[in-house]
Design a protein. Sequence first.
Length: 116
Amino acid sequence: MTATLLSFTEIIVSYDITRYRQYGGAYEFVAIVYFTNNSSLHIRDYVFIDGSRKYTFHWQDQDQNLIRRWDNAEHYPHLATFPFHVHTPSSVDESPPMTLYKVLDYIKAHSPDRIS
C-alpha cells in the first residue's frame, strides 16, 4: 500500500497509516491521505483469510463534506454492480470494484481544485 501512495506524491502532501497488519494472505489497512488541495481520503481496506474483501474509500473536502465514497457494503442490491457502489453528495451509483490505486488515479483526474 505504501508503494501505491508513493506513486502519487504529486498530489499527496502526507499520509497517516493508523493500522497495518498482515496475517499471511490477509491484511487490514487503515489510513488517511492528505492532498495538495486540502481534501483527504479515509481508507479502510480489509482482506480476510478466505480471500473476501471489505473496503471503504471516503474522499472529503477540507470542510469534511463528502466528495465521493466507494465501498462494497452489501446494501443497494438493485445496482448492477452490487455490492460495489459509490456515494456522491446527491446519489448512490454503480461502481466497479475499487483499489487504492484506482481511487487515487480518479482523485488525480477529478479533483474539484485540479490537484496537479
